[in-house]
Design a protein around this ligand. Structure first.
Ligand SMILES: Nc1ncnc2c1ncn2[C@@H]1O[C@H](COP(=O)(O)OP(=O)(O)O)[C@@H](O)[C@H]1O
Ligand SMILES: [Mg+2]
Length: 380
């Protein structure tokens, strides 16, 4: 669908015969009752109808809606066309959607990024990097402009997961003589990782202040350009680095990755509490390695069942969905092709696209409620 800077249209609908008189006013009345699928309010209530044009049987509808629209646009397009067709079967409708401009203070770090998402987990090895890489690729596949910061400075995974192991961060000096780094780009995702600066072994022994320094560079001195989303693959745990990071960047919210295991769930509680303390909403919990599909199609719940959903409910956070334990997911990570881009793994692909869609929906909901900007900001 491309960046929604201008009105983006859906496909034209076909005419089917019968004719009754149709004017902009009556069309507007029809459209005002259409329900936004994420916000569960009518387009009328949301003041979303910017303009309606009628020319013979051709109808053009211009809508202004809360960002991000990459997933929502299709559903809103369908809902509007169905509503129009019920009343005016002859209409050839074209729906154009544009994102409402959210107020973003220009002087904050990463002012050109619409949605900043931290991907966190209580402990390592639950698939946080796998999910980050796949969410980024899924959003880009849907037409969003996406960046991913491998903020796990100690154990960078992005170079492997995007098949960029030999790459090094390139930079130039700006007019003030300051180093400006250029993100790598793969599968439509802009990428920065410690792995592009030094080897994994060197990175692993780096001390706290140095890590913080590099992370700062990734935030302040990279030419990210305009982004719909910037995802942060945070280091595992809920220690100082994660907290500082959460406060340093004006995050839209956090996504917590967990396995269904009890031990991992205790860490989820800690993670959500940490984000709560600094006023960062939890956009959702993702359960990874939820089950293994046996050859006969039945499911083996290796790490227990339903833990992610249960903890999300307990912590009053949305549950975004589950990703099964599957060899294609692991291979995708090791071979540098996120499974969501692998058309030979349709089940895994669908699971991750659904996660991305739920996440986008949650961001729209939060944005509409005006809960997007955290109030706390402390510099490193
Ligand atoms: N759903 C899954 N199915 C199979 N393997 C997975 C799945 N999710 C993650 N993995 C594998 O588990 C290992 C740890 O995942 P990773 O994303 O690096 O975890 P983290 O970033 O939380 O430490 C990796 O080898 C990865 O490929
Ligand atoms: Mg990782």
């Amino acid at each position: 669908m491309g960046i929604l800077n201008g009105f983006t249209n859906g496909t034209k609908t076909a005419s089917n015969g019968a004719s009754s008189s149709m004017d902009a006013q009556s069309l507007r009345a029809v459209l005002e009752n259409v329900i936004d699928p994420d916000l569960h309010q009518t387009l009328g209530t949301l003041s979303a109808i910017h303009n309606v044009e009628v020319e013979g049987d051709t109808v053009r509808v211009y809508l202004l809606l809360h960002a991000p629209l990459h997933f929502a646009a299709e559903r809103i397009n369908t809902a509007c066309k169905e509503a129009i067709h019920k009343v005016f079967p002859q209409a050839k409708g074209e729906i154009f959607v544009q994102e409402k401009l959210a107020e973003r203070p220009a002087n904050r770090p990463l002012a050109n990024v619409k949605h900043l998402i931290a991907v966190a987990s209580g402990k390592g090895g639950v698939g946080k990097s796998t999910i980050s890489a796949n969410l980024a690729a899924a959003l880009a596949r849907k037409g969003a402009v996406v960046g991913l910061i491998d903020a796990d400075i100690h154990g960078p995974s992005v170079p492997t997961m995007f098949d960029l192991e030999e790459e090094e961060l390139r930079g130039t000096k700006n007019e003030q003589g300051q180093f400006i780094g250029h993100p790598m780009e793969k599968y439509g995702v802009k990428l920065v990782s410690m792995g592009f600066v030094m080897g994994r072994d060197q990175a692993a022994i780096m001390r706290g202040p140095m890590q913080a320094g590099y992370l700062n560079t990734f935030i302040e001195q990279i030419a990210w350009g305009e982004l719909d989303y910037l995802l942060f693959d945070l280091p595992p745990g809920t220690g100082d680095i994660q907290l500082t990071m959460a406060q340093r960047v004006p995050l839209t919210g956090a996504v917590i990755v967990t396995t269904p295991q009890n031990l991992a769930l205790a860490d989820v509680r800690r993670g959500i509490s940490m984000f709560n303390r600094v006023n960062i909403p939890t956009l959702g919990v993702i359960e990874n390695m939820s089950y293994y599909v046996l050859p006969d199609g039945s499911r083996d719940y290796i790490f227990g069942q339903g833990g992610g959903e249960k903890i999300a409910k307990e912590m009053n956070a949305p549950f975004l969905g589950e990703v099964p334990l599957n060899i294609n997911v692991r291979k995708g990570g090791d071979e540098g092709l996120p499974v969501v881009l692998n058309d030979h793994a349709p089940m895994q692909q669908r699971a991750i696209m659904e996660l991305a869609e739920k996440l986008a929906s949650e961001i729209r909901r939060r944005g509409a409620q005006g809960q997007q900007v955290p109030t706390v900001q402390i510099a490193i």
